[in-house]
Design a protein around this ligand. Structure first.
Ligand code: SF4
Length: 291
């Protein structure tokens, strides 16, 4: 049931767990619902793009270019220029999909306009290699790969920032902070310790900054370790947990999910795959570089 929470153990026909580095997103996906993770990361099913995803990518691209300018050139006109270019690129990638271009353009413009209410970009001192920074690290002996939106120099040290173009939903807060704290842990290992983590919400403009508390970092690392151990266990026995909850309402795998319908074919079977194809999902050929 989408509204209540239950866990259903589902036997799958499929491949063993991948050995690629974990990402913060994959850890969150695994904790939310291991079966959905299995479809996405082990079986490599790609879900159709959405307006929110296209808006997010376009705005992230525009802000990366804006913050790469010298401080006195970070003005709204340049931001609009970068956003227009970014939108052209992103819309080309989803050409032919049933997405509303006007809605995407309006969403992106609204997020960009909200950005100017969260901070003064000319005041941001971007750290060396501080934009869209790729970090590879071993966290508690497990490979981790992240892409950090921005690392800046603040009064107290390095600050790791993430732009959020979706609504600030309280139930996702720990997931957002976990991502930032894992980035802080990865930077610590690279001898670039972060003093603060920050979220810039660009739907209802809001800036939230927190110190990097060791206890919070430990909790984020515990989540990584738990995801890794549970994934190994589920992959070994070929039984993955479907964890129902509010996310089921938005889950692209819902029509093929045995936790939603008792007569669903086993995930991974040709009949199950047929349901996913009919729902507009496609299967990736190549391996991604991280989970
Ligand atoms: S419908 Fe719910 S339980 Fe099923 S895979 Fe999706 S998130 Fe998991």
């Amino acid at each position: 049931m989408a509204g209540s929470r239950k866990t259903v153990e589902v036997r799958v026909d499929g491949a063993p767990a991948p050995g690629r580095p974990w990402s913060a997103t994959a850890i969150g996906q695994f904790h939310d619902c291991p079966l959905r993770y299995w479809w996405q990361k082990v079986e490599r099913w790609e879900t159709p793009s959405t307006t929110a995803l296209v808006v997010g990518r376009a705005v992230h691209g525009a802000l990366e270019h804006l913050l790469a300018l010298p401080p006195d050139e970070r003005v709204p006109a340049r931001g609009d220029e970068f956003l227009a270019r970014s939108l052209t690129d992103e819309l080309a990638l989803v050409e032919g999909q049933e997405l509303d271009e006007t809605e995407i353009r309006e969403g992106a413009a609204a997020a960009m306009s909200a950005y100017w209410q969260t901070e003064v970009p000319a005041d941001i001192e971007v750290a060396p290699d501080g934009l869209e920074r790729r970090v590879d690290a071993d966290l508690r002996g497990l490979p981790f790969l992240g892409h950090i939106d921005r690392i800046a120099v603040s009064d107290v040290g390095l600050r790791v920032t993430d732009y959020k173009t979706g609504a600030a939903k309280p139930r996702f807060w720990w997931g957002y902070w976990r991502q930032q704290l894992l980035y802080a842990a990865a930077l610590q290992q690279l001898d670039e310790p972060a003093a603060e983590v920050e979220l810039l919400y660009l739907k209802e403009p809001r800036q939230v900054t927190r110190p990097v508390y060791p206890a919070a970092v430990r909790r984020a690392l515990d989540d990584l370790e738990i995801a890794h151990e549970e994934r190994d266990r589920m992959a070994t026995v070929g039984v993955w947990e479907a964890r129902t909850g509010p996310l089921c309402n938005y889950c692209d795998f819902r029509n093929a999910c045995p936790a939603q319908r008792s007569n669903c074919p086993p995930p991974g079977s040709p009949e199950s795959n047929e349901i996913l194809i009919k729902a507009g999902l496609t299967r990736r050929e190549s391996e991604p570089s991280s989970e």
